[in-house]
Design a protein around this ligand. Structure first.
Ligand SMILES: Nc1ncnc2c1ncn2[C@@H]1O[C@H](COP(=O)(O)OP(=O)(O)O)[C@@H](O)[C@H]1O
Ligand SMILES: [Mg+2]
Length: 289
């Protein structure tokens, strides 16, 4: 296997981020997390349930709500247009404009978050109506069909309602929705955990292919480390709120440094063979710029 080299321009810098739940016995769910996400990179975030992955994802999006509070740190988005945006200082309206269009999120359990009484077309077009009001009706229709096609769903499904779709298809629709404004970063929190293994693999393959094609960066969150080894360029391992190891996926697989990473790897006996290469297609590239 050749080493994965990705474009080194950072798109997101997280520095010393701490998130506290201000409850009776305050919990610091994220402790001084620091990492950089490069443009076009797939960064895996691994760690067992309860270690703080979702809390981190919400904070990066500024979607956290009380009792969660960002206690320290900086989150800076480096826009492809050259400007730097300090996410923690954005006002409500700026944040609204920013979310989905620059940085979007696929939530844990998202496939159950679609509105049951509205068609897929309406839900996709509503994002465009809100964020791209300048588009005409025809363009909106075309974009909705196009983004659905990209995630592998026949545009005939635009007329469907969520309950008429399989879980895998609903999850693809959620990914389409997160992609429709062409964000530079997508955060995906356990996007395929609820799906069966075959559907999960299909969707992961699609995400990697879309990344190759469109060049967005992904923070991919799951407790499933073997899965991350297959699709990620780099992996961050989280333990009780702290990122304890961060490195190139192939290197981490060959020679994990932290005891916890070793333990995680050892707990998956199926990892004795080679790292699956069937999902990672075309990402061993020289330079994406
Ligand atoms: N609403 C809440 N109130 C208090 N503590 C919380 C709340 N949500 C999460 N936590 C704490 O934050 C920790 C991390 O949770 P979470 O970010 O959901 O972990 P993960 O996504 O890795 O499973 C939990 O172990 C829990 O202690
Ligand atoms: Mg979670």
């Amino acid at each position: 296997m050749t080493a994965t080299t990705i474009e080194r321009r950072p798109v997101l810098t997280i520095d010393d981020l701490s998130v506290v739940y201000d409850v009776e016995q305050p919990v610091t769910a994220v402790k001084g997390a620091s990492f950089e996400l490069s443009a076009g990179e797939i960064l895996g975030l691994a760690g067992e349930s309860g270690c703080g992955k979702t809390t981190l994802a919400y904070a990066v999006n500024r979607l956290h709500k009380p009792p969660a509070r960002i206690a320290s740190g900086q989150i800076v988005f480096h826009d492809a247009d050259g400007s730097d945006v300090d996410l923690l200082t954005l006002g409500h309206d700026e944040l609204r404009a920013f979310r989905w269009s620059k940085l979007s999120m696929v939530f844990q359990g998202a496939m159950n978050a679609l509105n049951p009484v509205t068609s897929i077309r309406t839900q996709l077009e509503d994002v465009l109506l809100t964020h791209r009001p300048e588009l005409g009706k025809k363009e909106r229709r075309e974009r909705a069909a196009d983004v659905l096609r990209r995630v592998g769903v026949d545009p005939v499904r635009l007329r469907s309602y969520p309950h008429e779709l399989s879980g895998g298809m609903r999850q693809r629709v959620m990914i389409a929705m997160a992609m429709i404004l062409e964000p530079q970063v997508m955060i995906m929190d356990e996007p395929t955990t609820a799906l069966d293994v075959v559907v999960q693999r299909d969707i992961l393959r699609e995400i990697v292919r879309l990344r190759d094609e469109l060049g967005f960066a992904v923070i991919f969150i799951t407790h499933d480390l073997p899965l991350l080894l297959e699709i990620s360029d780099r992996i961050a391992v989280m333990l009780r709120g702290e990122i304890v190891e961060l490195g190139d996926a192939a290197t981490m697989y060959r020679s994990p440094r932290h005891e916890y990473t070793k333990k995680l790897l050892a707990s998956f006996p199926s990892l004795s063979g080679s790292r699956g290469s069937f999902i990672r297609t075309g990402i061993d590239r020289e330079d994406a710029s």
